[in-house]
Write a protein that binds this ligand. Structure first.
Ligand code: ZN
Length: 154
């Protein structure tokens, strides 16, 4: 049970119950859809860009606590970031949830994203946590295809 408790930390539960920036964006520069068939998580991500900088992010969707909380926290941490900074955060976050990261490794400060460290103990949950990030990458690249975690490179 302690592992489970660690996974569903209070922060994750809180974000899943009260997700931030949970709305459609009429004037989004980019949007993309993601789907994780293993869990049933679906997300639509909206991004507003000014030049290379992300000035607004929002999402809609349905899914488990992990995927919803991950999307909610993503929208908070990405606002104001450049595309390169977002990509660097994704790499760091991916290392964290797959258990490959070094706690004091190089890269940007994970901030709130660190609450997902417990996910690395649950490989099936990694896709729940990374779905919205793969969707972000798709949105920024302008791809029209729906991202599924089954085709995404882990
Ligand atoms: Zn899920």
């Amino acid at each position: 049970m302690s592992d489970l408790r660690e996974l569903y930390q209070e922060v994750i539960l809180d974000h899943s119950k009260h997700p931030h920036n949970f709305r459609a964006m009429q004037d989004a520069s980019r949007s993309a859809q993601g789907y994780n068939p293993l869990c049933g998580d679906k997300v639509t991500l909206y991004v507003k860009l000014e030049g290379d900088r992300i000035t607004d992010v929002s999402f809609q969707g349905t899914g488990c606590a992990i995927s919803t909380a991950s999307a909610s926290i993503l929208t908070q941490v990405l606002k104001g970031k450049t595309r390169d900074e977002a990509e660097a955060l994704f790499e760091r976050f991916h290392d964290l949830v797959t258990g490959h990261g070094e706690p004091d490794g190089k890269g940007p400060d994970l901030g709130k994203l660190a609450v997902f460290s417990g996910v690395s103990k649950f490989p099936v949950r990694v896709k729940c946590a990374t779905l919205v990030w793969h969707t972000l990458r798709s949105a920024l690249s302008g791809s029209e295809e729906v991202v599924t975690t089954e085709s995404a490179v882990e």
